[in-house]
Design a protein around this ligand. Structure first.
Ligand code: SF4
Length: 390
């Protein structure tokens, strides 16, 4: 192996390390040692791997490297302590990860892609477009960085809810959780991870085959198929009557309940029609509902990326009239644009929540965190603005 083709071993599975050691003419147990040095002991310098003899250390030095992503900027929300990190990848691409304080502990919101192909209408990442999937190492790297940044408090939970759709990067996500949860690796239980998906039936069925015990969060956002299609472009090919059974099957093997993430948008998803449809839907699978107030899409200076205007016509009217007035009566409903969205009122949230509970077994309202630094749900865009603030 020449310097020019040095292999980044950070993110390699044990099986891949065994192949590497075989290539280097070494015994398989050396792979186990390398795995432990990197993931368990966090030693990123081959010269410090003292259980290796000098010839092996030299071979690793010559042919391999250990590259982690790097934090280039940190912002902290003064109100709630949420910390957002801009993270640079080896090819210069930027992603974001967020550390969120929850009951005295920290949750890591990790990205799985640079950008996102799905393009949900209320999401800043969706407006960015898609560049590429993150590698296993780039996701594990976020976890390692976050653990360091968290210090003594540590990272209690990890949600794949940052930039990207994790099920469109399925193999790398699975490898990342397998390495992180390995006793020879970082040794974090797979149950501490939650895979948050917009709901892709085929990929969810594929994920179920791996029998991972990680949690599942479905970004439902609308309980009515027609409405969901206007908010979430992938909903058309992943109808609720297929998606809900797929979630039920995943969660049955994981022994948990699915979290239904539900974004409340004034006049669109905070209506009583939606509350009733959502209550009906929750009877079809073990679940809890997490209500989230719509967060205006803003940049990290607080400037709206898509100015909020009052929605002209509520979806209730659309439904009753059987068509969007702009598209003609009975015509195809137009997808929403971010200009149609505004946050719900406190009264609308209370009314919605009171209808849902106790009809739904568990309902929570998630207070948006990191609003001042554009780190709340749907606001991650990964742009460098100004000098590093660390
Ligand atoms: S909400 Fe998730 S799936 Fe939808 S565009 Fe944003 S990152 Fe992609």
């Amino acid at each position: 192996m020449s310097i020019a083709s040095r292999i980044n071993v950070f993110g390699m599975s044990l099986a891949k390390m065994e192949m590497l050691m075989a290539e280097l003419g070494e015994k398989p147990f050396r792979a186990k040692q390398l795995f432990q040095w990197i993931y368990q002991k966090e030693i990123y310098d081959f010269a410090r791997m003292s259980s290796f003899n000098k010839p092996l250390r030299d071979k690793l030095q010559a042919g391999c490297e250990i590259i982690l992503p790097e934090v280039v900027k940190e912002q902290r929300d003064p109100d709630d302590g949420t910390r957002k990190f801009l993270v640079k990848l080896h090819d210069g691409n930027l992603i974001e990860m967020v550390l969120i304080p929850v009951h005295g502990r920290l949750a890591l919101c990790m990205s799985s892609q640079v950008g996102c192909t799905i393009g949900c209408k209320f999401c800043a990442t969706g407006l960015l477009g898609f560049k590429r999937n993150l590698t296993t190492g780039e996701m594990l790297g976020q976890l390692v960085l976050a653990r360091r940044l968290a210090g003594e408090i540590g990272v209690a939970n990890i949600v794949l809810m940052g930039m990207g759709e994790p099920l469109l990067n399925l193999q790398n996500v699975i490898h990342m959780i397998e390495i992180a949860s390995s006793e020879l690796g970082i040794s974090i239980s797979a149950r501490k991870f939650t895979i948050s998906t917009v709901g892709l039936v085929k990929q969810l069925r594929e994920l179920t085959k791996y029998k991972l015990k990680s949690g599942l969060a479905l970004s439902l956002h609308a309980p009515i198929q027609q409405l969901r299609e206007r908010l979430v472009p992938s909903a058309k090919d992943n109808p609720l009557d297929q998606l809900i059974p797929a979630c039920r099957d995943y969660i049955a093997q994981a022994g948990d309940r699915v979290t239904l993430e539900y974004i409340m948008i004034a006049g669109i998803t905070d209506t009583m029609e939606c509350a009733k449809a959502l209550a009906d839907l929750t009877r079809k699978l073990p679940c809890k509902v997490n209500l989230i107030a719509y967060n205006p899409i803003i940049d990290d200076q607080g400037t709206p990326l898509a100015p909020i205007r009052k929605a002209k016509v509520s979806v209730d009217r659309h439904s009753r009239e059987g068509g969007n007035p702009e598209g003609g009566k009975g015509g195809k409903l137009k997808p929403f644009t971010p200009h149609d969205f505004k946050p719900p009122t406190i009264e609308a949230i209370d009314r919605f929540r009171e209808y849902l509970y106790p009809r739904c077994p568990a309902v929570t309202f998630r207070k948006a965190k990191g609003l001042k630094i554009a780190a709340a749900c749907g606001q991650l865009v990964a742009r460098v603005t100004g000098a590093p603030e660390r």
